[in-house]
Design a protein around this ligand. Structure first.
Ligand code: ATP
Ligand code: MG
Ligand code: MG
Ligand code: MG
Length: 565
């Protein structure tokens, strides 16, 4: 590529409304341009980077045995009615009407469409397991679009959906996807953690988030530096317009309902809203005492239930004040399971029960562990709640706990039979019996990764993109103020040689002065820079500098090819 024929449009000024580094640098480099709130145009430069991410994701998905397809962005209301998500999904769902007044949504995710596809296509257990994926534009009407493409309304996602005859088969593919995601983020040169995304009450490890570590991240993380121990609670800002957290007591409702009700009846009875806000409710139903957790996540934007042992009588429970004293936290930080920024404690009748094994990071930089009602099937005392701060030994005994922030770049779920059941997606088993399929779903924020990588990899002069993501690997910069033909020819020749060797090279033939030219190449994060000048040619050398080197050095043509080859 010759830059004189490309559209590179860098700007010097730091845009006033860009709060985070990645957003600032992407605008300054001219990778993206804002069209409207949460809507961005990817310029030719930005698209090169985006496509690189896409390539790595696609290659690794294919390597893992997933098969690519493409579903429509616009989806009919009827499908979403089948799963109840037309209402439940909430405000993020952009609803539209066609000229016949038929209702559609712009897809924020594709469980309904793929399940419809699967119920029509898949007939026999022999076709399973199958893992379908697509790389496609999604729309979510986010409450607070911000940080550029990091939290946009329209964004590019890789979403995959697997189908299985058994839970075991789902577990196997889930494991493969976990490993595949780890490979993808490693190849992209990112420092990341896989975090158990089930916060507390829900139990199980049916979901993991892949978090890129970055101070600007919206999620608070606690993780070990030497093991896979990691926990996350999303911050309130991510799901609610206000950073004010409601008082925990207002968030927790205890309802005694007639014993014969099922969890579903109870939620109908409670009128659980398609809330964007985390909320925990304790109810007594046919199955005993149940904690219900409502979350804003699209998959969890429904009620999940955890069965609790019966609460002991009041005298056995620690009071909120006791918990405050024992943990050294502030009263406002004591809250129900899953409430952002709180210790996941169920507060009931002024009595506090249970912190949990996965408690997440917290606003004030602490992390709590040590209580788990599933352990011994009984409730722990306040004495079991342990406060872990940055630098403490990890609760699993391996390594040291680090508290920090993360950007969610991937999320994998074991959905089980939920969608297949509500939409009637089954196959015949070996005995010829119809069986509901098991499903997994696996998302990656392709466009968000670009921003997340820049958050992690930059310096004062610009981006430091890993080779797998950089717009070009090498920039050949021509310094030729006198328009000397030998300089032009030498630049052209080294550019051709590198390109023919399969090294992705850009020739900066714009005729800029060295200062602005080098500044541009540093800003856009090209990993290797080669300077061709009259003086260098006289000495028989090129000037070479890696983006991360502090100084340039002179190398011969052979040395250069060996270096980059
Ligand atoms: P978040 O917690 O950041 O809102 P999510 O949990 O709602 O994300 P998922 O439904 O798990 O997102 O979607 C899969 C992936 O899509 C996420 O892990 C993230 O990388 C990406 N993603 C989700 N929302 C956005 C957005 N508004 N802009 C860019 N990428 C997004
Ligand atoms: Mg999330
Ligand atoms: Mg979201
Ligand atoms: Mg998620």
């Amino acid at each position: 590529m010759r830059l004189s024929q490309f559209h590179l449009a860098t700007v010097k000024e730091v845009p006033a409304d860009a709060e985070v580094v990645s957003h600032q640098l992407m605008l300054r480099a001219g990778m993206i341009r804002k069209l409207a709130s949460g809507l961005y145009t990817w310029s030719p430069l930005g698209l090169r980077v985006l496509r690189k991410v896409e390539k790595v994701v696609r290659e690794e998905m294919v390597r893992a045995g997933a098969v690519e397809m493409l579903m429509p962005s616009v989806q009919p209301r009827e499908l979403w009615e089948e799963t109840g998500r037309w209402e439940k999904f909430g405000g993020q769902l952009l609803k539209i009407k066609d000229r016949k007044e038929q209702e559609f949504c712009y897809g924020p995710t594709h469980e309904e469409v793929i399940t419809d596809f699967a119920r029509n296509e898949l007939k026999s257990y022999k076709q399973l397991p199958l893992n379908f994926f697509q790389i496609q534009t999604k729309f979510r009407d986010e409450i607070r679009p911000r940080f550029g493409v990091m939290r946009a309304r329209e964004f590019l996602m890789k979403d995959a959906y697997s189908f299985h005859l058994t839970q075991e088969s789902l577990g196997e593919t889930y494991k493969v996807m976990y490993e595949t995601y780890s490979r993808i983020f490693t190849r992209l040169g990112l420092e990341f953690r896989a975090v158990d995304a089930d916060t507390g009450a829900i139990g199980g490890s049916a979901s993991h988030e892949f978090q890129v570590l970055a101070d600007s991240g919206e999620d608070a993380l606690a993780f070990s530096d030497a093991s896979s121990y990691a926990a996350n609670i999303e911050l309130a800002e991510a799901v609610a317009p206000s950073t004010e957290r409601p008082a925990p007591s207002a968030e927790l409702t205890r309802v005694d309902t007639p014993k014969e009700r099922t969890v579903e009846e109870i939620t109908a009875f409670l009128g659980v809203p398609a809330s964007q806000v985390v909320k925990t409710i304790l109810v007594r139903g046919r199955e005993g005492l149940v904690a219900l957790c409502v979350r804003g996540d699209h998959e969890l934007n429904e009620v999940k239930a955890a069965h609790l042992p019966e609460l002991p009588d009041e005298s056995e429970l620690a009071s909120e004040a006791e918990i405050v004293a024992a943990t050294g936290t502030r009263p406002g930080f004591i809250g129900p399971v899953g409430l952002p920024g709180s210790i996941p404690v169920i507060v009931d009748r002024a009595a506090a029960v249970l912190a949990d094994f996965v408690c997440g990071g917290n606003h004030d930089g602490t992390h709590y562990t040590g209580a788990n009602w599933q352990r011994d099937a009984r409730i722990n005392r306040v004495a079991d709640i342990r406060k872990v701060v940055d630098g403490d030994a990890s609760p699993d005994g391996k390594g040291t706990i680090r508290l920090g922030r993360g950007i969610e770049v991937g999320h994998i779920f074991q959905l089980g039979q939920k969608y297949a059941e509500s939409m009637g997606a089954g196959v015949l088993d070996e005995q010829g019996k119809m069986r509901t399929m098991y499903m997994g779903c696996y998302g990656i924020g392709v466009s968000r990764i670009v921003a997340a990588a820049i958050e992690q990899r930059h310096d004062d002069t610009g981006m430091i993109l890993p080779e797998a993501m950089a717009p070009w690997r090498v920039a050949v910069c021509v310094i030729n103020p006198k328009n000397d033909a030998t300089v032009t020819e030498a630049a052209e020749s080294i550019y051709q040689q590198l390109s023919q060797a399969g090294i992705e090279t850009v020739l900066d033939d714009r005729g800029l002065r060295p200062g602005p030219m080098f500044a541009d190449m540093e800003l856009i994060g090209v990993p290797h820079r080669v300077v061709v000048s009259g003086r260098g040619l006289e000495a028989g050398t090129f000037e070479y500098r890696a983006r991360t080197d502090s100084e340039a050095r002179n190398v011969t043509r052979e040395e250069l090819i060996a270096l980059l080859g």
